[in-house]
Design a protein around this ligand. Structure first.
Ligand SMILES: Nc1ncnc2c1ncn2[C@@H]1O[C@H](COP(=O)(O)OP(=O)(O)OP(=O)(O)O)[C@@H](O)[C@H]1O
Ligand SMILES: [Mg+2]
Length: 247
């Protein structure tokens, strides 16, 4: 087995009286694609925000590449965040910036790269997501699927070791969703990137996942391979796969 790139140790998070993460412990291995499943509101987005130091846990620790990032300040987190690209739920593009400038943003923010190098990297990232021709457009002038791909280009432009995708398939037609999966898998296979993918798209699980983690009410309820998920007799997993609401 590869070594863990990320170690999540007994993570707890509360918002007011709501105990959202209830002791999550999980290793994410270098070069794997891990898919995070679970019902809405179970704490998936909150969990991954800790991995880039966007939230600090109440209790527990996060280790990235053998460094404990728990309690780090913004300056210390800079080099950590450069290792992790985040594709946020909803895209989080800047409406007032062109596609090109949205993708260039992380490069301009925290590096001493020359202008030519930034241009080259942005063009490269845009060609990975097949948007090289659309750099001058604004987010409002492109389709929802294209906006997702811009968010993906922005997540890869700084050549991170790990990319976190928070619902990259939501609202996409099946063909576009499948093309996103091809890109995600290619980033793993051709570039050695560690992928963490949150999705409700069960078909994608079987296309991209090496390992599946199912979260329920702030805890890890189950983990295994896609094949193990498919044959599981657990009624909660079974209902989730079949899309039956369980109350
Ligand atoms: N900054 C915050 N302040 C207060 N409550 C929050 C905050 N962020 C998340 N929560 C709460 O934490 C819970 C878990 O939210 P989270 O976004 O992690 O769910 P999720 O599993 O990603 O769901 P979905 O599949 O719908 O995206 C929700 O009840 C949410 O309201
Ligand atoms: Mg979420």
């Amino acid at each position: 087995m590869a070594e863990p790139f990320i170690r999540i140790c007994n993570l707890h998070q509360t918002f007011g009286k709501q105990h959202v993460l209830r002791g999550v412990t999980l290793d994410i291995f270098r070069g794997e694609t891990l898919v995070l499943l679970g019902a809405s509101g179970g704490g998936k987005s909150v969990l991954v925000k800790h991995l880039a130091g966007l939230l600090q846990p109440q209790e527990g620790e996060i280790w990235i590449n053998n460094v404990n990032i728990t309690g780090m300040n913004e300056r210390e987190l800079g080099p950590i965040r450069r290792q992790i690209g985040m594709m946020f739920q909803g895209g989080a593009l800047f409406d007032s910036m062109t596609v090109f400038n949205n993708v260039a943003f992380p490069l301009r923010e925290d590096s001493e790269l020359k202008k030519d190098e930034i241009t080259e990297r942005v063009i490269n990232a845009l060609s990975i997501v097949k948007l090289a021709e659309h750099g001058d457009k604004y987010p409002s002038d492109i389709s929802g699927g294209m906006r997702k791909r811009v968010a993906l280009a922005r997540a890869v432009v700084d050549t991170p070791a790990c990319i976190i995708y928070d619902e990259p398939h939501a609202g996409l037609d099946p063909v576009t969703a499948a093309s996103i999966d091809i890109m995600i898998k290619d980033l793993q296979v051709s570039h050695g990137i560690t992928n963490i993918v949150i999705t409700h798209e069960i078909r994608s699980v079987f296309r991209i996942a090496d390992r599946v983690v199912f979260m329920k009410e702030g805890e890890i309820y189950w983990q295994g391979t896609p094949q193990e998920l498919q044959v599981s007799k657990d009624p909660i997993l079974h209902n989730f796969i079949e899309g039956i609401a369980d109350e």
